[in-house]
Design a binder for this molecule. Structure first.
Ligand code: ZN
Ligand code: ZN
Length: 139
């Protein structure tokens, strides 16, 4: 049985996750701000084998962001109908077979307590997050 589910705003895309997330990460980089359209991203990491799209695979589009600061291609997936940011993978996460799911599309957001906060050097002045995870200036 899935431990939680997720869906985009229009509900065309639905997914399921099994077990506990490996980690949760907040990122303040410019690309994550642009992709999310917000001040930062807060994502939950699952093993690829613990994540399954159960509806609307045909509605998912993936943007390959080239030339990221950490090198390699960042794959960023979203719903073609409503534009919700769904999940993404850095080159490193692709190698580790880990998928980073946007916590705003998850139905159990309590699973997403940050264990890692990156690009704090680019954090907006008014953002202050209360967690005990690791904080890095870059990534
Ligand atoms: Zn949608
Ligand atoms: Zn980022």
């Amino acid at each position: 049985m899935a431990s939680t589910t997720g869906n985009c705003l229009c509900e065309a895309v639905r997914y399921e996750m099994y077990g506990k997330p490996i980690n949760s990460a907040v990122c303040h980089c410019n690309s994550c701000q642009q992709f999310s359209g917000s001040a930062f991203m807060a994502n939950c990491w699952y093993k690829e084998e613990d994540f399954k799209v159960v509806r609307g695979q045909e509605c998912i589009r993936t943007y390959n962001e080239e030339g990221t600061t950490t090198g390699g291609t960042m794959k960023r997936s979203f719903c073609k109908t409503c534009g919700s940011s769904l999940f993404q993978q850095t080159a490193g996460l692709q190698r580790a077979k880990i998928i980073s799911v946007t916590s705003g599309t998850m139905n159990n957001r309590s699973l997403c307590q940050p264990g890692l906060e990156v690009w704090c050097s680019n954090r907006r002045d008014w953002v202050s997050l209360n967690h005990n995870g690791e904080k890095l200036d870059r990534q």
